[in-house]
Design a protein around this ligand. Structure first.
Ligand code: SAH
Length: 275
C-alpha cells in the first residue's frame, strides 16, 4: 500500500508481526462473533480478525484507505467498510435490534490517541450493545482508566469507565512497533461492560457532573469542590467525609452519591445503591 501516514488522522500503522499477533491472541476472535474494528488503517489487525470470523465491520475516516483495504482484504471474507467518523457512528445499529447476547458487538481498535477520550465516552454510551472492547491507547491513559482509589492516577476517567466496565491492562507496545513511531508508549486495554451493573446510575448526566467537579480541583476537600452541587450534610448522610479528597472515594460511592442527590431532587424516586 502506498499510503503516506497522515498526522491529522492520528495515523500510526502497526507493522511489528509480534505485536499484531499479541493483539489477535488477546482478542481471540471466534467464527460467528460480530467484530467491529475502529480505524483499521491499512488492515494490520483487520486481516487476522477477518480470517478468524469470516466477517468484519470496520469504521475508517480516511477515504483514501477504503479502496486499498477492500483490495487487500476483500477476498478473505465479508468485509464491510464504513467510511465514517467513529465519534458519530451508531454502533448499536450494527448489532441486531433485539440485542440478544449473541448479537452484541466486540470492539477492537488501535485508536487515534488525540480523540481517545471522546471515543471512549462514545463507547460507554453504547455499552448496552457491546460485549467487550480491546483498545490500544497511550499507556498513561490506560493506567488512568485502570487506577484504584488512592493512587495518583485515579481520576475522572477511572471513575467514569469503571462505573460501566471492568478494566484490564493487558500489555505494553513500544513506539518502534508503529510506522511512524508515536512519541509515547502504548498499552492494550480490555473493557468488559458490567452486566448487570453492580451499581446502576439513575441520572448519568448528574453523575458525570459530580465526578467532573470532584476531580476538577483534586487537592481540595469534597466539601469545597462540590460546593453548590452537593451539600455537606448529604455527603455525611452517604458516609463520605466532607474533608476527604476526590481520589479517596471509590467508584460505587460516586454512583451512590449521584443517586441520592437525584432522589432528593425528584421527590418520590429512591436511588439507593448497595455495594
Ligand atoms: N489499526 C491500524 C491503524 C491505526 S492508526 C493499525 O493498527 O495499523 C488510527 C486509524 O484510525 C487510522 O487509520 C485513521 O485514519 C483512523 N481514524 C482516525 N480518526 C478516526 C475517526 N474519527 N473515525 C474512524 N477512524 C479514524
Amino acid at each position: 500500500m502506498n499510503h503516506r501516514p497522515r498526522k491529522r488522522f492520528g495515523q500510526h500503522f502497526l507493522h511489528d508481526p509480534g505485536s499484531i499477533q499479541h493483539i489477535l491472541t488477546s482478542v481471540a476472535p471466534q467464527p460467528g462473533q460480530k467484530l467491529v474494528e475502529i480505524g483499521p488503517g491499512q488492515g494490520a489487525i483487520s486481516e487476522g480478525l477477518l480470517r478468524a470470523t469470516g466477517a468484519l465491520d470496520v469504521i475508517e475516516l480516511d477515504r483514501d484507505l477504503v479502496a486499498p483495504l477492500a483490495k487487500r482484504l476483500g477476498r478473505l471474507g465479508d468485509l464491510r467498510i464504513h467510511n465514517a467518523d467513529a465519534l458519530r457512528f451508531d454502533l448499536c445499529a450494527l448489532a441486531d435490534s433485539s440485542i440478544a447476547e449473541c448479537n452484541r458487538l466486540r470492539i477492537v481498535g488501535n485508536l487515534p490517541y488525540n480523540i481517545s477520550t471522546p471515543l471512549l465516552f462514545r463507547f460507554l454510551d453504547q455499552a448496552e450493545c457491546i460485549d467487550d472492547l480491546h483498545l490500544m491507547l497511550q499507556k498513561e491513559v490506560v493506567e488512568r482508566i485502570c487506577a484504584d482509589p488512592g493512587s495518583k492516577t485515579y481520576g475522572r476517567l477511572s471513575v467514569m469507565v469503571q462505573t460501566r466496565c471492568s478494566t484490564q491492562r493487558l500489555f505494553v507496545i513500544r513506539p518502534g512497533a508503529f510506522n511512524p513511531p508515536p512519541k509515547v508508549d502504548s498499552a492494550m486495554l480490555r473493557l468488559i461492560p458490567h452486566r448487570p451493573t453492580p451499581c446502576p446510575v439513575d441520572d448519568a448526566a448528574l453523575h458525570a457532573r459530580i465526578v467532573t467537579a470532584a476531580f476538577a480541583q483534586r487537592r481540595k476537600s469534597l466539601r469545597n469542590s462540590l460546593k453548590g452541587l452537593v451539600q455537606a450534610s448529604l455527603l455525611i448522610e452517604r458516609g463520605i467525609d466532607p474533608a476527604a479528597r476526590a481520589e479517596m472515594i471509590p467508584v460505587h460511592t460516586y454512583a451512590d452519591l449521584a443517586n441520592a442527590l437525584h432522589a432528593n431532587q425528584e421527590v418520590g424516586s429512591q436511588g439507593d445503591c448497595l455495594s
